[in-house]
Design a protein around this ligand. Sequence first.
Ligand code: KIV
Length: 264
Amino acid sequence: MSQINIQTLLGMKQDGEKIAMLTCYDAGFTPLLEQAGVDVLLVGDSLGMVIQGHGTTLPVTVEQIVYHCACVSRARQRSFVIADLPFLSYYDEASALRSAAQLMQQGGAQMVKLEGGEGQLARVANLAAHGVPVCGHLGLQPQLVHQLGGYRTQGKDVDSAERMQREARLLESAGAQMLVLECVPAALAARISQALSIPVIGIGAGPDCDGQVLVLYDVLGITSAPPPFAKDFMQATGTIPAALKAYVKAVRQGQFPATAKART
Ligand code: KIV
């Protein structure tokens, strides 16, 4: 069984093969996701909402991500594991490096994800220089929910779209090896995906990214108020393995998302 690594994902982008990514938080789901063909498991800070019952991702700590990431890593056989750096765990270069070290050394993460653009470039460069693979996250940044005043689509006007394109290029130049775009107009996400050499994974960002990610519990229809762009794959399939396989198939074939059902 061949292991998926960053080179595999880069090759998939170059070959036009869509990358299927899902959040995953424990050892029970990990083999189910792998058997369905999910390439990348994200131990996202969304666990604060779907597992812990908080209203935002802000209360999640590094120790909690480490705990869940270690659960996933113990069960992982072939997929690539990314862990989120939680809110305020990367407020300067030293804290970013310290938190990333915990996620990789104790949690077994193979890459860390952080939210933000221009303000994060020095941290991204410093992490990369220390051998930490980094995934950026632009568009809607849930850790900024209180600054933004809600969960809204980003990059809708010309200025913010241009800024996001510039920040995406800067993140890549600083050493980011992957990028997540959340709640971004489909045309803008398509332009950014084309402009970058690194894989760009969309969530609520239209069909033309290099891959898609969703929160596992939304895919399984467990979440009480899922975002408008999510899809419950359980409804049409009835079992967890079938729902996960349907998600992977829909992503690979470019059938999900069909059209961008964006936030306002
Ligand atoms: O925490 C998370 O699950 C995420 C995804 C929504 C991309 O960051």
